[in-house]
Design a protein around this ligand. Sequence first.
Ligand code: ACO
Length: 321
Amino acid sequence: MIYARIAGTGSYLPGQPVTNADLVARGIDTSDEWVVGRTGIHARHLAEAGVSASDLAYEAALRAIDAAAVQADEIDLIIVATSTPDYIFPSTAALLQSKLGVRNNGAAFDVQAVCSGFVYALSIAEKFIRSGSHRKALVVGSEIFSRILDWSDRGTCVLFGDGAGAVVLEAADEPGLLASALHADGSYNPILCVPGGVAGGAVTGDPFLRMDGQAVFKFAVRVLGEVAGEVLDEAGLTSEDVDWLIPHQANVRIIQATAKRLGLPMERVITTVGEHGNTSAASIPLALDKAVRDGRVQRGHRLVLEGVGGGFTWGAVLLAF
Ligand code: ACO
């Protein structure tokens, strides 16, 4: 039997933290009190012009490859979860492969599931590895959401940040990923979307993120509670058996409500939204890497990673680290 386990993690944040006070100084009509009170966000990182999602992915990937003690040319599958790719095509994963100096070694492709993208990508990579077709996967979430924000819409621009997180997932004799569940309901697409495109050399529709915040909040709390329960049931476990919940980092109030539904104390929940804001597909691997490097997440710990985002999409992975 072939299993898949995480061999190493890495992450990267561009530049210095940009605080809520910095946003006020840049002319955003908001306050630290409002943003912290409604979301728990104190700061986020914003990429400089000219820096792309594949640049952030590259830095996170180098750290994950180093932590996994593998060589880049051993990687035979690269999946990048992103909604802010460098180009329409080629994929950010293909650009990342090129930056890593790897040529013609297995598959490379992007996954587009917005804030659920990393959980989707991890679950897909596990299926490739368990099938025996691939041995070492680099799974990355990388986003530059600052490029798709309407900076005159204070209801959304204060919520997001840029960054990347990565893991190396490799074939193993012992179980690593224990259960996963992925869902989508496209009928909810209007409550969180960037309803634009490019045609004939011009932007069509609206190229900025639009959101019904209250509808998103209610939806997120419901499905995050449900999908964590689903993977625990699949593995015959309960929340008592979970060492760490690592949820998508959108809003600390969503995270607290989800933890409460699962009966998990906040001491067993990793939260980075305060320092990173919502980095969409990057948020879960960023939080995982931080908790691995500061020693909270240790080998053998059971983790639930779970995400929800535009689409709507949602999903969870239960794993033994
Ligand atoms: N600063 C100051 N005031 C603001 C700001 C701001 N940045 N944004 C909105 N306001 C004002 C509004 O204008 C409104 O004022 P009014 O009462 O005078 O009209 C007031 O604050 C309340 O606005 P609401 O939008 O009703 O605020 P709400 O309590 O719903 O909080 C928030 C908004 C924080 C976005 C909340 O709905 C939320 O967290 N939703 C979840 C959205 C989310 O996390 N999305 C992330 C993407 S989805 C994902 O990752 C799963």
